[in-house]
Ligand binder design. Structure first.
Ligand code: GRF
Length: 197
């Protein structure tokens, strides 16, 4: 079974979706470790409630050590707001999955995280937005795209409304689907493109 580590910084609703999907065996994998770089992240409580090891780690050397100790096969960044080093990216090439709350390459790259993404989306007045799940490469939000889904946001009246609409309607399912595909060994990366086999 694929051994999964989930890295978070906040409330962890995406983490919860993964916990639920692994518990009901929809995903053929086990979350063996949850790490937050913020002690107060509510996601740590969610992990403890599910009897999953939950740790606050700020130092990346220590993080890499823990990933090795737990024999982690797949790292999922679910609202993780720290920068991942090149060393870690190389150690887990095409084995780190990130969820980004826009349709990459729009509203992505350095500075586009959390509510900043939706602020820019709202300001630009786009009618459609969405989320993207991708493998992590050295380029911020530039790795091979696994899945994307869009949604009409023309009726949303604030960045917060857009954020909630995308989180609840798209992100949770999209991340679960991508992790399921990885665990079922159905993702093949060729020339920086992901093929679902
Ligand atoms: C999500 O919108 C995710 O895409 C973004 O941060 C948010 C995390 O939400 N990068 P949660 O902690 O999973 O509730």
């Amino acid at each position: 079974m694929v051994r999964i580590a989930v890295l978070i910084s906040g409330s962890g609703t995406n983490l919860q979706a993964l916990i639920d999907a692994t518990k009901r065996k929809y995903i053929d994998g086990e979350i063996v470790l949850v790490v937050s770089n913020r002690i107060k992240a509510y996601g740590l409580e969610r992990a403890k409630n599910a009897n999953i090891k939950a740790e606050c780690i700020k130092d990346e050397k220590l993080l890499i050590e823990r990933l090795h100790e737990e024999r982690v096969d797949l790292i999922v960044l679910a609202g993780y707001l720290a920068i991942i080093s090149e060393e870690l990216i190389n150690l887990y090439e095409n084995k780190i999955i990130n969820i980004h709350p826009s349709l990459i390459p729009s509203f992505s790259g350095p500075g586009f995280y959390g509510i900043h993404v939706h602020n820019a989306v709202y300001k630009r007045g786009v009618k459609v937005s969405g989320a993207t799940v991708h493998f992590v490469s050295k380029e911020v939000d530039g790795g091979p795209i696994i899945l994307q889904k869009s949604i009409d946001i023309s009726s949303c009246n604030s960045p917060e409304e857009i954020q909630e609409k995308i989180l609840l309607n798209i992100e949770h399912n999209l991340l679960v689907e991508a992790v399921k595909l990885f665990c079922d060994n159905k993702l093949k990366v060729e020339n920086e493109r992901v093929q679902i086999i």
